[in-house]
Design a protein around this ligand. Sequence first.
Ligand code: X2X
Length: 339
Amino acid sequence: MKKLMLAAMAATAAIAFTAHATAQNYKDEYTVSTVLPDSFPWGAAAQRWADLVDERTDGRINMRIYPGTQLVQGEQTREFTAMRQGIIDMAVGSTINWSPQIQELNIFALPFLMPDYDALDALTGGEVGNRLFERIEEAGVVPLAWAENGFREITNSIGPIRTPEDLDGMKIRVVGSPLFSDIFSALGANPTQMSWADAQPALTTGAVDGQENPLTIYSGLQMQNVDQNYITLWGYVADPLIFGVSAQVWDTFTEEDQQILREAAVEAGDYGIELAREGLVEPDLSLIEEIESEGVEITRLTEDERQAFVDATRGVYDEWSETIGQDLVTAAEEAIANR
Ligand code: X2X
């Protein structure tokens, strides 16, 4: 009988604990997963988040950034699951890397859905973004704010890509969502799916001919030095980032600290978005000009040329709209039309 009472008391104490989180129970360190380190807009946004939180909680919440998705041995498509399980506390993660678990996040990778930054902002800042955040929260991760990896441009070592035919047989490294393999297969290329950790040596050794990533990454890694001498500005998809906290961890924070984490994420996200667009948006195209001045050939598509890529990938768009949810895709198309 006494044992039973003790068990009941312990259970009550446990409930009281979750209902009233106190800072005394905080961990010494909270892990924050990213793919890129702070020399890139992605890692810089994560670091800013950690710095702001440290300052505003007087060190109660100590966040440390682990780039290279090292907490999941570089397997970036496992980041979301690890966070949901509480193996990783927090992350600034790519929608691409989380899309194997949250199918709806593939929406940002629908080819040629978003023609410009306003279109991207219309999605993240509107109903579509809210719905995606609801889905993520249901899945066990608390999403706090958006940041940005950027529009993904295609680069290669063989020659200029101006038509889908130019991609014929080209070996292109693609990211972990099968949607990317489908896009490049539809364009006649030979897509090879690999993690970012594997992509870098594959580019160095010439095991692949090309890759697609934002120009901030191209420039940060000086990809012209691994023969990626041709870039086509086609902006076929964009890759926003999300600040997320494992729900298990989130519930241990006081309301005041949750508020600090959220506000700091919004500010760090704005900062990261600014960095991600620096030199890439009219009238300041200095990053593109800088790359060009290194002798890299940059191909700019005419409307008609771009349309040929749109047409060639339309089947993939339609097919993946089913997987994502036609309703969400329609909401996105409307938000973009009304931007
Ligand atoms: O793997 C990539 O290409 C990267 C770094 O852009 C992502 O993590 C989506």
